[in-house]
Design a protein around this ligand. Structure first.
Ligand code: AHR
Length: 613
């Protein structure tokens, strides 16, 4: 039985409670959300990013071409360029199987080029079967300048290649191809299907840009004069301004990041989807399993100043130094930053907290209304976590960012985790969590856990599943919420759970108590309902229909105790009234690696409880 007391007042739930955590991991940015179709567009890939890279990774050369780093470069922050010989061609292979183009759609090509004696570039889009668009000729003359051309695809292909041929010698850099059709048609914009999937969650906030991406290497010097080119520390100022002036960098996850998707684009995207922007800055202590910190006072001062400048970039008037930069990029109005994270999962709690306090003091002195979020380190169920929490509590911080990845059983068993958290202590930002898997049972365990977060919404103020995105051909971390390749994207069961909660945020918790397994009758819509039903008890006479009423599955559990088939879409079975994943690979086919058509089903499940028959 479920007892509900409608007159009782449970916790108030903030509209911003559920959000998303974006990190450029699994090619979430370049080759993912960032709509650029050319890989290694500025010839900056190097072994510092990945041992297998060269400056010509993703390019093939016909004739003579070499990557040059000399004083003839495009600018100080874009060091390499391509010197293309007369009658020679370079061809880019994009990501995954190639450049995806759709018949009838427009694609904007641009290149920075230099040809002192003049040259003509012939730019074409093709695949193994031939041309994909009418080739364009671009006349180049003199020093570095930007040239543009537009293609309209005559065929759809997932295996496109962009080729640039030079009649006479020419220098090329920042070779780019963008779909005209980006999310909200923003320039230097985002891939539409992925952005729409994130927007459909109606997230309360967007945490960015990481993750381990943020804090690893943050004790390294990042002065212009020394190692700015390969600094391995994520600095927001490197990610704004004209894209050809954003120095690419080694990404912690083993590839190169162009920063084409940078802080301006993160703020703009948050605004476009109505979410609160929540940046995280490095705190000069390495987390993510690395135990390093620096006592370099000058570096600390610079980091703190950069953080203050970031707040000005987001919120300052267009007349302020950094507000002006934002305005010049196209956004005179502020981005309304209210929360900022300092640090990510540091392994040295004392060293971290000493530095955190300095950041907080400087931020609060200038911007007293900003919520400064601290960190608990990894949840090791032991000293690091406990020490971090003790310091945070004693230091009276506003909010603490917690991270954990555990088994589905752990999530089921720890639904009461926050029931006992000190109500007078810091609030909680559950910045990263996931049960280990993308199967239905994982989504279900997370849903159960989220009821515990909601019950404690007076203390758990923000929560985001992690990570958000994964390109199936470049995976460093799984599970992930949304999967994709160069031509399609599909949701995990975990995504559906997040969506269910995020799009139905209540105002207040109504306290309730369940004393038996809930009975299920009548239609249950959606995959989560199916999982809830299927794992909760034994049922009979089960029918799953799609929205148009056609039967997808049905069984009366007579005969061979109910083998189900799923119209060829993966294989589940119901045995003795219990949902059984008979084949993990098939399950993955269904929910992660998928058949994008699956998402179109609006499932209705009807079942009669066995004992009640
Ligand atoms: O979400 C993946 C990683 O998990 C994040 O980068 C890090 O913060 C955590 O360890």
């Amino acid at each position: 039985a479920i007892t509900v007391d409608p007159s009782a007042q449970g916790a108030k739930i903030d509209d911003t409670m559920y959000g998303v955590f974006f990190e450029d991991i699994n090619r979430a940015a370049d080759g993912g959300l960032y709509a650029e179709l050319v890989q290694n567009r500025s010839f900056e890939y190097s072994t510092a990013d990945n041992g297998s890279y060269t400056p010509l990774t993703s390019w093939t050369v016909g004739g003579t071409a070499q990557v040059v780093n000399d004083s003839g470069r495009l600018n100080e922050r874009n060091r390499n360029y391509l010197s293309l010989g007369a009658g020679s061609t370079v061809t880019n292979a994009g990501y995954n199987t190639g450049i995806r183009v759709e018949q009838g759609k427009k694609y904007d090509f641009s290149v920075w080029a230099r040809a002192e004696s003049g040259s003509t570039l012939t730019v074409s889009l093709k695949d193994a079967a031939g041309s994909l668009a009418t080739a364009r000729q671009v006349a180049v003359k003199g020093g570095w300048a930007k040239y543009k051309a537009t293609f309209t695809a005559t065929r759809t292909s997932n295996r496109g290649r962009l080729a640039v041929a030079a009649a006479n010698p020419a220098a090329l850099d920042e070779v780019s191809l963008f779909p005209r059709d980006t999310y909200k048609n923003q320039p230097n914009g985002l891939r539409k299907d992925l952005a729409e999937k994130i927007a459909a969650l109606k997230p309360g906030f967007v945490r960015f840009p990481g993750g381990c991406l943020v804090n690893t290497g943050s004790m390294e010097d990042y002065s212009e004069a020394s190692n700015w080119q390969r600094k391995r520390s994520y600095q927001w100022k490197d990610t704004i301004g004209p894209v050809e002036q954003r120095a690419t960098n080694a990404n912690f996850w083993g590839y190169n990041q162009s920063y084409g998707l940078g802080y301006y684009e993160y703020f703009r995207f948050s605004e476009d989807i109505g979410a609160m922007p929540l940046p995280v800055v490095p705190a000069l202590v390495t987390g993510c399993g690395q135990n390093k910190a620096t006592d370099d006072e000058a570096l600390l001062k610079r980091h703190i100043q950069d953080t203050l400048d970031l707040i000005e970039f987001a919120n300052g008037p267009a007349t302020s130094t950094w507000g002006k930069v934002r305005a010049q990029m196209g956004h005179p109005k502020p981005f309304h930053l209210t929360h900022i994270g300092v640090g990510n999962e540091e392994n040295l709690p004392r060293e971290f907290f000493a530095r955190f306090e300095k950041f907080r003091a400087a931020i609060k002195a200038k911007y007293p209304d900003i919520t400064v979020i601290s960190n608990s380190g990894p949840d090791d169920a032991g000293t690091t976590f406990d020490t971090a929490w003790q310091l945070n509590r004693e230091g009276k911080v506003d909010m603490v960012d917690e991270h954990y990845y555990n088994s589905p059983n752990w999530f089921l068993q720890n639904n009461d985790r926050y029931d006992s958290y000190d109500r007078k202590g810091p609030k909680v930002f559950l910045g990263e969590y996931a049960s280990q898997g993308n199967a239905w049972k994982n989504g279900l365990a997370e849903a159960a856990y989220m009821t515990g977060l909601e019950r404690n919404a007076d203390i758990v103020k923000l929560a985001s599943y992690a990570p958000l995105l994964a390109n199936e051909d470049y995976v460093q971390w799984r599970p992930d919420m949304i999967w994709f390749n160069n031509r399609a994207s599909w949701n995990s069961a975990n995504y559906e759970v997040q969506k269910l909660f995020m799009t139905n945020v209540g105002d207040r918790v109504v306290p309730s108590k369940a004393t038996t397994t809930p009975n299920v009758s009548g239609p249950i819509t959606g995959a989560v309902g199916l999982s809830t039903w299927a794992t909760s008890a034994a049922y009979d006479d089960v029918k799953v229909t799609s929205a148009d009423g056609s039967t997808l599955l049905s069984d009366d559990f007579s005969g061979d105790a109910s083998k189900w088939t799923t119209s060829g879409r993966g294989s589940w079975s119901i045995q003795d009234g219990q949902y059984v994943q008979s084949d993990t690979a098939a399950e993955n086919t269904m929910v992660t690696a998928g058949d994008p058509a699956w998402k179109d089903y609006d499932l209705h499940v009807k079942a009669t409880k066995k004992s009640g028959k």
